[in-house]
Every structure is written in structure tokens, then in C-alpha cells.
Design a protein around this ligand. Structure first.
Ligand code: FPP
Length: 234
């Protein structure tokens, strides 16, 4: 890898293009998500190998409930399966897993499974992996505001750092690099607050065709960028 500056500490990925990948192969859309799930596991391993400390992926948005029932059920099935099947492997790989998003409306047993996986991997020190499910950036911000409104000893003024501490991502640094596969060039309600200064990388590759080589390309592109955070070049 040709690296000029540090590799990103936190990479956020929008895994887009599963449906089109399946359509091209004359398969049902949910097959695209199944294949996408396998690619996700590979990318977790590659991220760790490449020295990325935090990886956050968008698996299901607050808007995705509007998709056909069969597709929603398919993704939720993958999610449930991931929660139960991945505990042993995640601990073995020293990977800490967090689930971000709105848990209201999830069945109690699903919330228990999420808690179980998070708890089992709490002390893992390798890759920090965040899975965004029933996640929306606006929803996360509004939930944070509502948490603050409910505080008994609420301050009359808060700072941006105070505010960040009420978000689902309170424990993790903001993303350095955002990768969106599938050719679309928008944020689609993903980590609106957290990505104020994130570098964006878009690729036409459909998520099920994404791999370590493509990840390295995105990282190399990132390492060529100059990040000024609103300052001027000196
Ligand atoms: C976007 O592609 C992808 C999704 C909405 C779901 C992503 C989910 C996975 C990769 C599997 C998740 C795994 C777990 C463990 C929950 P799209 O369907 O919008 O594709 P399209 O733009 O081609 O229609």
C-alpha cells in the first residue's frame, strides 16, 4: 500500500447495491443481502488486518421498514442470526461489537440478544465494530435531545461535546472515512452529526462485489487527502 499519511482510525460504510447485484443474477433481492453479509465478515477481518480501529456499517435504516415485507424479514433474519452466531467468533477475533440505532419497537428477545453480544465482547481490544440497525441520523439526534430534556439536573446551555455524549456513538471517535458502494452519492441519513468532517469516497462497485482490494483503494485515496477542518493551509 502506498501510504502518505495515517490510515483512517474509523471507517464508516454504506453497503449499497445488494438489490441490483441480485437482480443482475436473476436472484431475489434478499440473496443480495445474504451475499452482502458474507462480504461484511470479510471486510471486518480485512479492516482489522489493515489497522483500522473502528468500523461502522449501515445495515438497516429507519426508512428501510418501507421495503417489501419479504425483504425486511430477510434482513432482520440476517441480523438475528448474526447476533447469536457471531458471539464465539467475535470473542475469538477480539472484536468488540456494538449495535447503534433505535431499539424501541424491537422485540424484547431481540434487545436481549443485542445486549448479550455487546456484553460478551465488551472487553475485546481488537476491531471495534458498530452495526447500525433501525438507525437514522435524524432519529439519533432527536433521541439525544429527548434524553437531555429528561435530565433532572439539566444545564441551560450545553456544548457540542456535551451533546455528542448523548448520541449512540458517544464512546467512539467520529469517522475519518465514509465509503459508499453502489454508485449513489449521498449520505442517506447516516451519522449526520458524526460526519461533519469525514472524507467521502464513492465507488460504483456493488457491495457484494466489494473486497479487500477495493477497501485498500479507498484507504489509499484517503491517505492522499489533506484534512484542514475549516482551517487554511499554512
Ligand atoms: C442496501 O442495498 C443494503 C441494505 C439496505 C442492507 C444491507 C445489509 C447487509 C449487507 C447484510 C446485513 C448483515 C447483517 C449482519 C444485519 P440495496 O438493497 O438498497 O441495494 P440496491 O440499491 O441495489 O437496491
Amino acid at each position: 500500500m502506498n501510504i502518505k499519511s495515517a490510515i483512517p482510525k474509523h471507517v464508516a460504510i454504506m453497503m449499497d447495491g445488494n438489490g441490483r447485484w441480485a437482480k443482475r443474477k436473476l436472484l431475489p433481492r434478499k440473496m443480495g443481502h445474504i451475499e452482502g453479509g458474507k462480504v461484511l465478515e470479510m471486510i471486518c477481518a480485512s479492516s482489522y488486518k489493515l489497522g483500522i480501529k473502528y468500523l461502522t456499517v449501515y445495515a438497516f435504516s429507519t426508512e428501510n421498514w418501507n421495503r417489501p415485507r419479504d425483504e425486511v424479514d430477510g434482513i432482520m433474519h440476517l441480523f438475528r442470526k448474526y447476533l447469536t452466531d457471531s458471539i464465539e467468533q467475535s470473542v475469538k477475533n477480539d472484536m468488540r461489537v456494538r449495535v447503534i440505532g433505535n431499539r424501541e419497537g424491537f422485540d424484547k428477545d431481540l434487545v436481549n440478544e443485542i445486549d448479550k453480544l455487546e456484553e460478551a465482547t465488551r472487553n475485546c481490544k481488537g476491531l471495534n465494530f458498530q452495526l447500525a440497525v433501525n438507525y437514522g441520523g435524524k432519529d439519533e439526534i432527536v433521541r439525544a435531545v429527548n434524553k437531555i430534556l429528561l435530565l433532572k439536573d439539566r444545564k441551560s446551555v450545553i456544548s457540542t461535546d456535551d451533546f455528542s455524549s448523548y448520541l449512540d456513538t458517544w464512546e467512539i471517535p467520529e469517522p475519518d472515512l465514509f465509503i459508499r458502494t453502489g454508485g449513489e452519492k449521498r449520505l442517506s441519513n447516516f451519522m449526520l452529526w458524526e460526519m461533519a468532517y469525514t472524507e467521502f469516497y464513492f465507488t460504483d462497485i456493488l457491495w457484494p462485489d466489494f473486497n479487500e482490494v477495493e477497501l485498500i483503494k479507498a484507504i489509499e485515496d484517503f491517505t492522499m487527502r489533506e484534512r484542514r477542518y475549516g482551517r487554511i493551509e499554512e
